[in-house]
Design a protein around this ligand. Sequence first.
Ligand code: GAR
Length: 190
Amino acid sequence: MADSLPLGVLVSGRGSNLDAIAEAIETGRLVATIKVVICDQPGALALDLASRRGLPAILFERAAFSGRTAFEEEIVRTLLRYGVRLVVLAGFMRLVGPTLLSAFPNKIINIHPSLLPSFPGLSAQRQALDYGVKFSGCTVHYVNGVVDGGRIIAQAVVPVQSDDTEETLSTRILTEEHRLLPQAIGFLVF
Ligand code: GAR
């Protein structure tokens, strides 16, 4: 049997992708262990979810640190302390800097709600609707210093319907995110 991959999951908000990873592990579809959840937003739903699932969760508020380097140094120390080998950004809404990148080279991945390289950054679903694309989707990719940049690992496509709102499109994409992210983690060879 494969060794269980030790994950650190970074979140900022609702945490539905965190939940999807935890569910995939629980049901045996993914051989991994969530060692620690790190959140940068007080009151994020992801923190409640982690506690309901009995996952160690730590809040680091960026404003409590003198700068990004100090903030990321603390994150790196924590990830190393928990023995993390793969860092998963699951709705972590912050650009990752050199401190974190150099501590986990090619070991940080992100999920984004568009078919990258189209529509990086915020409100990807709104951007897709405004552009009038007929297909959108989600992307799991390695993280580099560029917003939603980095080599692509996996993508899933969804149709865009003529009466879609940001909400209906986001919901359709999110269903695929929840399937794709655990699957992509499982693809990675360590
Ligand atoms: C997801 O749609 C994820 O793809 C997106 O934030 C949402 C988080 O939802 N991430 C980005 O836009 C990163 N650029 P969740 O907190 O329910 O997992």
